[in-house]
Design a protein around this ligand. Structure first.
Ligand SMILES: *Cc1c(COP(=O)(O)O)cnc(C)c1O
Ligand SMILES: [Zn+2]
Length: 434
């Protein structure tokens, strides 16, 4: 449907997209693949609703009619409080009063839809997704709704964040990894499962669909303001969202869709568990080794942002994005984040995800330290929110994993995977999408 190809950001080689490719085989270490679209603007904006309005700049073969997008608006109360003239908030979550209907309450819903819309037409495999928290919730929701077979692997501690309005469909299998496992352990288990016949890696940041889906937050903001933002604020874990924001802003500039740009990235992590912040502060492309054991010294405010192995140094990754935009990384304390969450809820009148509060705190700090000008066009990416608001409208239940396993006993899950395969062979036809 969409006309595009892929380009390896390490060597520049152009490749056709088969819907699942994650990297250029010929490059080792690989670089991120990027999409190159034939269309000179994001899409048939008025024809479709939700995320797929931007179809012409999404690497997709189908659209899902029930999808929603982020919303953007010009802030009044928070802007007044911070004495800003052009503060735009892009909100991904549930906030019906503002027209925001993403019921999994984070921008991971954008990537879930786009990844699933990118899958090849006759995809008869099972998608394997490694995730902590918000990504898992988004994929469980969308895969269940459209009956797309998936294995979702999560660390056991994140199970309480897997709330849904309904029980997941039985084509979605949740596997939890116990003990001290974190996101990096979950990724290795996903790798093992993908070595088996019939299972395909979703790929995380390597998946171009994830990034272009997240990049729609910038499209929405630029569309609302009629201009490309000068300054971009986001809390980062993997950095995928910020890389995507950069790629999207460049695409808007190159095609002259809106005036403005270049857009500078301001990304924030929650210290002391902040590998990207640590590396950037050392002016290094390489991350320090981080012990796999989570949070030996107290819990971070935004637990979800902790990622030991983000795509930071890889060609086309966050380090390159920061260099290219003259960007910066900030370390935000638990106290700053908690205060920012309260400030946002009091001024804008919606609850936000702890990770998003880290971005708000980053903005507060940059204004106080005069790192950005008060009259600049600022995009604050509120990457998640409205969980409390959603709870007022519906009752939620926690999705149960099929198994909780030790990383040691991988063999024990094979029978479950085989059962899933036979159960899913009948449903794998994307019958619900257009
Ligand atoms: C995942 C997530 C982030 C961080 O995004 P990355 O793309 O991993 O850097 C920020 N906020 C929320 C709410 C998230 O779910
Ligand atoms: Zn290459």
């Amino acid at each position: 449907m969409t006309s595009y190809h892929l380009r390896c950001s390490r060597c520049g080689k152009e490749l056709a997209d088969d819907g699942i490719i994650l990297a250029h085989d010929g490059c080792n270490p690989p670089g991120l693949l990027q999409t190159v679209y034939a269309a000179t603007k994001p899409g048939p904006l008025d024809v479709l609703k939700g995320l797929f309005r931007y179809r012409d700049w999404l690497p997709v073969r189908r659209t899902f009619p029930g999808s929603h997008g982020a919303v953007a608006y010009r802030s009044e109360a928070l802007a007044r409080h911070l004495q800003l003239e052009n503060l735009y908030i892009t909100f991904s979550g549930y906030w019906p009063e503002r027209g925001a209907f993403m019921r999994t309450c984070s921008f991971k819903e954008l990537e879930a839809y786009t990844v699933l819309a990118r899958l090849p037409d006759h995809f008869h495999e099972i998608l394997v997704i490694a995730s902590a928290g918000n990504t898992a919730r988004a994929f469980i929701n969308v895969c269940s709704q459209y009956r797309i077979p998936a294995v979702v692997i999560v660390p056991e501690w994140s199970i309480p964040t897997l709330w849904q309005e309904r029980k997941p469909d039985d084509c979605v299998c949740i596997i939890a990894l116990g003990g001290n496992s974190d996101y990096a352990d979950v990724i290795s288990l996903a790798g093992i499962i993908c070595g088996r016949d019939g299972f395909v890696a979703e790929g995380g940041a390597l998946n171009v669909a994830r990034r272009d889906g997240l990049g729609t937050t910038v499209l929405t903001c630029a569309e609302e303001a009629g201009c490309i933002p000068d300054e971009y604020f986001q809390a980062v874990g993997s950095g995928t969202g910020a890389i995507a924001a950069w790629e999207t802003s460049v695409r808007l500039m190159q095609n002259g869709v809106f005036p403005g740009g270049p857009m500078r990235l301001h990304v924030a992590q929650n210290i002391p568990f902040a590998p990207i912040y640590d590396a950037w502060t050392r002016q290094s492309r390489n991350l320090d080794f981080m012990s796999p054991y989570r949070f030996s010294s107290g819990k971070p405010y935004a637990e979800m942002l902790f990622n030991r192995k983000p795509p930071y140094g890889i060609a086309g990754g966050l380090y390159d994005a920061l260099q290219a935009t003259n960007g910066n990384v900030y370390g935000i304390s638990n106290e700053e984040a908690a205060a920012a969450s309260k400030l946002f809820e009091e001024t804008e009148e919606i609850d936000i995800d702890p990770a998003a509060a880290v971005a708000v705190a980053c903005l507060v700090r940059c204004i106080a330290e005069r790192k950005v000008q008060r009259e600049a066009f600022i995009m604050l990416n509120v990457t998640g929110g409205g969980f409390k608001r959603l709870q007022r409208d519906v009752s939620l239940q926690t999705s149960k994993p099929l198994v909780i396993m030790d990383s040691a006993d991988v063999e024990n899950i094979y029978p479950h995977l085989e059962m899933l395969k036979s159960r899913c062979s009948a449903v794998n036809n994307h019958s619900n999408c257009s």
